[in-house]
Design a binder for this molecule. Sequence first.
Ligand code: PMP
Length: 401
Amino acid sequence: MTDLVPPQVGSATVLRGYADAMINAFGTPKRVFVRGEGCQVWDADGRRYTDLLSGLAVNALGHAHPTVLAAITGQLSTLGHVSNFFATPAQVALAQRLTELAGEDARVFFTNSGSEANEAAFKITRMTGRSRIVAAEGSFHGRTMGALALTHNPKYRDPFAPLPGDVTFVPYGDADALAAAVDDTVAAVVLEPIQGENGIVVPPAGYLAAAREITARHGSLLWLDEVQTGIGRAGEWFAHSAESVTPDLITIAKGLGNGFPIGACLALGPAAGLLQPGSHGSTFGGNPVAAVAGLAVLGVIERDGLLERSRAAGDRLADALAALAHPLIAQVRGRGLLRGIVLNAPIAAAVSDAALDAGFVINAPRPDVLRLAPPLIISDAELDGFVAALPGLLDAHEAAA
Ligand code: PMP
C-alpha cells in the first residue's frame, strides 16, 4: 500500500521531478505543499503558511474541513462514480439546492471546472439561433478554446487564433458602450460581476442592472460568470445578487467543491429550456463524490453564516488595509473576501514572493495588484497577521529598489 502513495520527500526532489515530468501553466512552482488544515498549509520542508488565496478562490471552507471530509469519505465508500446514463442522490440533491439558490426555475448542467461550465453556457447561447457574443475587455473566462474566445487578454488568446465564435469586446463597466454594442443579432452578453483575473475590478453600481435591461431589450441572454465571485466569495451566494439582477445563465465552479473538481452552468427562466437532454455531455460532470463536497460546502456556508462572515471579514480587512495609509497602496477594492490591493508601482509579483517567504500565500493577478481570496472561515487574527506584515514587505521592496 505504501508503494502507492507519493513518497514524503523534500521540495528540491519534487521540483526536479516536476521539471522533468510536467507541463503546467505557470513554470516552476514557488513551493511544494504537502498538508493543509483550516487556513494553514505546510510545505515539503515543514514551513507553515497562512493561506490567503484558497487555491485561487477555491477552498471556501479551508483545508481538511471535517464536514467536507465526512461527506466525501462517506460517499467514496458507498458509490464513487456511475455514468451519466444514471442518476445519484448526491447529484440531484446538489442540483436542487443550486436551483433553490438561483431561483427562476433554474436547471443545472454539471461540469468539472469553470472553463467547462463556460463551454456549456457557450453552447446554450448557440441554441438561441444567434451566434454573436459581447464580452468585456479585461475578461477572463478560462483557457479551453471556447472560453478563451471570450477571454480578452491577447497574451492568452493570440497564440491560439483562430478562436471560435463571433465575439465583440467592450470596455468593462461602461453601460453606454454595452448598449451601443448590443443589437438583435447578439446571442448573449457575458460578464464577470467583479473581474477577478483582471485585478479585482468592481464595476460601477448599476452596471449589471443596465446589462440586464439592455439584453432584455434585444432578446439576448445575460450570462454572468460567477466562477470566481460565486459561492460566498464576494459575500453573497452570487455576486450579482448585490444588484438584484436575474441573469439567464450563471456559471460557477471554484468555491463549490472546496477543491473537488465540480462546476455548473445554471440556466434560468426560459433559458432553462434551451439545452435539450443529449445535446451536451460530460463523463465526470456531477460525479457523486464531487457533488457531496458541493453539498457540504453549501450546507456549511449556510449553517455557519459564512456569507455574513465573508462580508464582515472582508470589510474589516479592507478598512485595516486602508488604515495602514501606506504610500505604496493606492487603493483597496473588491467585495466580501475577494480583495485587490492596488499598488502605486508594478511590484506586485515581487511583493507576493516576499509574502510567501514571510509565510503568507497571496498572488499578483496584475503587475500592480495583490489578490487576497482567503477561505471564508478565516479568523480576524489570521487576517490581522497579514495586515501587520504588509508594511514591512512593501518597505523592504522599496529599500531594495
Ligand atoms: N471564469 C473565471 C471568472 C475565472 O476566474 C476562472 C479561473 N480563474 C475561470 C473561468 C476558469 O476556471 P477553471 O480554471 O476552473 O477552468
